[in-house]
Design a protein around this ligand. Structure first.
Ligand SMILES: Nc1ncnc2c1ncn2[C@@H]1O[C@H](COP(=O)(O)OP(=O)(O)OP(=O)(O)O)[C@@H](O)[C@H]1O
Length: 137
């Protein structure tokens, strides 16, 4: 029987979700919280009011990082295994996908130029940022 780590290694594509914290503006404007993360269950619940009807939906991912997750958490839990595979000679790609303003650049590049998780260059779509070259700390 495979443990979870072995199972994860056997899958070629994994989808991780990261939900960023509210910005100062969103807090100031009392923005409604529509996304709730359950890191333990690897689930994200989305609540919406559409035409007066309340709709809740739950999505499951390979990993979920909630608003309190730090760059280091992502790096340690999600990136290091991929770096190790690169060092073993495998081709690996990490890319961030999502709506504008959801934190793709922050996740791939970090807040300041010197504390990056990854180095990335934008590809054709502005919604898609891909890892192209190397990693540094
Ligand atoms: N995990 C986080 N913690 C704190 N602030 C964050 C986090 N993720 C994103 N932000 C902030 O949210 C704002 C939007 O993030 P970012 O620019 O990374 O979004 P994006 O998805 O790359 O947007 P775009 O597609 O428009 O380029 C930035 O001000 C960024 O600093």
């Amino acid at each position: 029987m495979w443990n979870r780590h072995e199972k994860e290694k056997s899958v070629n594509v994994q989808v991780l979700l990261r939900c960023r914290p509210f910005s100062e503006d969103e807090v100031r404007n009392n923005a409604p919280q529509v996304v709730t993360c359950n890191e333990y269950q690897r689930e994200v619940a989305v609540s919406q009011n559409i035409a007066g009807k309340h709709i809740d939906r739950v999505f499951t991912f390979d990993k979920v990082f909630g608003p309190s997750a730090q760059q280091k958490d992502l790096y340690d839990q999600a990136i290091i295994p991929i770096v190790n595979e690169v060092l073993e000679g495998f081709n690996c790609t990490i890319f961030a996908y999502g709506q504008t303003g959801t934190g793709k650049t922050y996740t791939m590049e970090g807040e300041c130029k010197r504390s990056k998780v990854l180095v990335n260059r934008p590809c054709a779509s502005s919604h898609c940022k891909s890892l192209c070259s190397s990693f540094y700390f």
